[in-house]
Design a protein around this ligand. Structure first.
Ligand SMILES: NC(=O)c1ccc[n+]([C@@H]2O[C@H](COP(=O)([O-])OP(=O)(O)OC[C@H]3O[C@@H](n4cnc5c(N)ncnc54)[C@H](O)[C@@H]3O)[C@@H](O)[C@H]2O)c1
Length: 252
């Protein structure tokens, strides 16, 4: 039975991943800031274990990882899902404190969880690390400099993990979703609309115009990709970035 730790999994993509791994028979531990969301998840998925952890706080992470590994009885799969969107503003107007906060959660949080998880993954017969990057880690992303910088940074981190940990049988891959159905992308379109003077719906249509498949990504498909990557069928895949974005192209 695979033992899986998912960060920021009380809602959105992480919650779908918790559902999908549990449905495969995995033992799942989910951490998040949102206590209510975690208890709703624990009620919905029998056997899922949860803990509150603020991914911007190193001390929280240093307490959480050993506790999660003890509760799971080891660790086979780490899903670094935590990632905040940060401000919508051009670089020169971006609040430096907001920049720091995005780096703290998206990059440093991922680093801290991963560094503490590696000794446990080394004991697994099939260790796997999955990192949530983004289409913003493949293209320039106007008005989202902190987010894009972290999502590109996470790809460098993932590729480095793959090279370092391959000799220990541990694989590391990044998933790069495009615009995913849910409240978060609605907030992104609202943020763009505030700057552009267009409506959120116009922003959404403009975004869909960059895709060959003009629809939002189903978060269940991202969860299915994560389950595949962590499975035996994914055993030859490491160091890769897997876009799941309805074929999004850079805006010209
Ligand atoms: N939704 C999208 O369109 C999209 C697209 C590309 C990439 N992604 C990436 O996928 C991942 C998940 O995105 P999502 O849209 O499901 O996220 P989301 O905005 O729905 O949030 C997921 C969870 O993160 C938790 N969270 C926020 N700050 C936290 C913190 N400091 N510590 C612990 N938990 C915290 C929230 O409580 C929430 O339950 C992120 O890394 C995101 O960047 C999302």
């Amino acid at each position: 039975m695979r033992r899986v730790l998912i960060t920021a999994g009380a809602s959105g993509i992480g919650r779908e991943m918790a559902r999908a791994f549990a449905a495969e028979g995995a033992l799942v531990f989910v951490v998040d800031l949102d206590a209510k969301g975690l208890s709703a998840l624990a009620q919905e998925i029998p056997g899922v274990q949860t803990a509150i952890c603020d991914m911007s706080r190193r001390a929280d992470i240093e307490r959480m990882v050993p506790a999660a590994v003890a509760a799971l009885g080891g660790l086979d799969v780490l899903v670094n899902n935590a990632g905040i969107a940060g401000p919508t503003a051009p670089v020169e107007e971006t609040d430096p404190d907001a920049w720091d906060q995005v780096l703290q959660v998206n990059l440093s949080g991922t680093f801290h969880v991963t560094r503490l998880a590696i000794p446990h993954l080394k004991k697994s017969p099939a260790g796997s690390i999955i990192v949530l990057s983004s289409v913003a880690g493949r293209f320039g992303y106007p008005n989202r400099c902190a987010y894009a910088a972290t999502k590109w940074g996470l790809i460098g981190f993932t590729k480095t993990l793959a090279r370092e940990l391959g000799p220990f049988g541990i694989r590391a891959n990044a998933i790069a979703p495009g615009a995913v159905e849910g409240p978060r992308i609605d907030r992104v379109f609202e943020g763009r609309a505030e700057r552009s003077g267009r409506t959120p719906e116009e922003e959404k249509q403009a975004h869909l115009g960059l895709q060959s498949l003009p629809r939002l990504v189903d978060p269940r498909d991202i969860a299915a990709l994560a389950v595949f990557l962590a499975s035996d069928a994914g055993k030859s895949i490491s160091g890769q970035v897997l876009p799941i974005d309805n074929d999004t192209q850079q805006a010209s």
